[in-house]
Ligand binder design. Structure first.
Ligand code: SAH
Length: 256
């Protein structure tokens, strides 16, 4: 009878599992990497489109180029993971897209200039009103310490929250509610960004903005031209309002 050979377990199993892990890595890379490269290239192209638009609107923005940090954040966030599957091929085009419930993910150029004009620092705490797809919050989260984002439409808010978890954004906290009243619990904020058009500047948001803080908000009705405003609260608590450029946003809804 043929004698049974026993292999000492560690020396047999360890190389086998190493080989398995290595093969899985290779297989994973073979599938994941080309897609990631594809989207990375699309993001780079989108950045060039944003830069072109910035150049063409430089008289409104008072600058020829956006902060490198903002461009880096935009070139990092996988915008294709924030759009509906049927619009994924359009994710990196420089225009807004429908996200359901009559709402839209903003045009990349608008996300870029609003983020840039906030002049954010790494230690900042930012409030966003209108989570929507979650894309703007993700861009902010690349640049600051903590983002708080409020959404009034429950399914959109919940979807964005689960996206943040899946993609791995740990510094975004969300809630469902009416952002017209801000989020008092975490106030004051270094910066506030409102991504839906308000008929006027909500008082609570002014109250919850730090002295020295900046707020971006589109103001105007749904039927008329809205103006994107940059509001700065001075160290003495005074407000300075700067009209940036005409825009078109979905309306800020709620009971107010
Ligand atoms: N920042 C979003 C843009 C979403 S569009 C993104 O990156 O995708 C504006 C969003 O504001 C919509 O989802 C809309 O439901 C939400 N919204 C409108 N009024 C609101 C309110 N009062 N409070 C909170 N969210 C509001």
């Amino acid at each position: 009878m043929k004698p049974t050979t026993y292999y000492p377990l560690p020396s047999f199993k360890a190389p086998f599992f190493l080989f398995l892990a290595f093969s899985l890595c290779i297989t994973h890379q073979a599938f994941a990497s080309p897609m990631e490269d594809y989207y990375m290239q699309k993001r780079q192209h989108m950045i060039r489109l944003i830069e072109q638009d910035v150049h063409e609107t430089s008289q409104y923005l008072d600058t020829e180029a956006l902060d490198e940090k903002v461009l880096k954040a935009i070139s990092t966030v996988p915008r294709h993971k924030f759009v509906r599957p049927d619009t994924i091929e359009d994710a990196y085009k420089n225009h807004p897209l429908p996200i359901g419930y009559g709402q839209t993910i903003s045009q990349p150029y608008i996300v870029a200039i609003m983020t840039d004009l906030l002049k954010l620092s790494t230690d900042d705490k930012v409030l966003e009103v209108g989570t929507g797809s979650g894309y703007q919050a993700a861009v902010l989260s690349e640049l600051v310490k903590q983002v708080y984002s409020i959404e009034i439409i429950t399914p959109l808010g919940e979807q964005a929250k689960s996206r943040f978890k899946t993609i791995g954004y740990k510094n975004i906290t969300t809630k469902i509610g009416d952002g017209y009243y801000g989020w008092l619990e975490h106030a004051p904020y270094d910066a506030i960004i409102v991504t839906a058009a308000a008929s006027h500047i909500p008082h609570a948001l002014i109250e919850q903005l730090k002295a020295g803080g900046r707020m971006m908000i589109p103001v105007g009705s749904n039927f008329m031209t809205q103006q994107l405003l940059l509001i700065t609260k001075t160290i003495d608590g005074e407000l300075q309002t700067q009209q940036i450029l005409p825009v078109r946003f979905v309306p800020l809804t709620g009971e107010h």
